[in-house]
Design a protein around this ligand. Structure first.
Ligand SMILES: [Zn+2]
Length: 123
């Protein structure tokens, strides 16, 4: 390989991370990505993210960290305004429960392993 060729290869390799991450706003820092991944509604709760998807009679909750890496919580429950509660069951990388009786009538409480308790309400 010519000296010029080697220099060009070096430049391309050096530029690759910028081409991959630096252009077009696809930065990979904490809280730079707030797009729903499952067609639901994404909320930021503390340093974590909860995406809620309503699917027929069920509601699904996807938990991720500041970098949007999936998180499996230690436990989770849904507290309804009528005083009852429903478990959110871990199934296939998400928490699943029966949909609350009315929009906004449930408080979601997710306990992260070795972390905080995330508490939020969706509209
Ligand atoms: Zn965020």
């Amino acid at each position: 390989m010519s000296r010029l060729g080697a220099v060009l290869v070096g430049l391309v390799l050096f530029a690759l991370p910028f081409l991959k991450y630096g252009v077009g706003g696809h930065a990979h820092g904490p809280h730079t990505d707030h797009a729903p991944r499952h067609g639901g509604e994404l909320l930021m709760v503390g340093d974590y993210h909860l995406e809620r998807v309503v699917r027929g009679p069920a509601v699904e909750l996807f938990v991720s960290d500041a970098l949007r890496r999936p998180v499996r919580p230690a436990s989770a429950r849904m507290l309804l305004d009528d005083g009852t509660e429903r478990p959110l069951t871990w199934r296939d990388h998400r928490l699943v429960a029966l949909r609350p009786p009315a929009p906004g009538s449930a408080l979601y409480e997710v306990t992260v392993s070795d972390g905080p308790v995330l508490s939020t309400r969706f509209r």
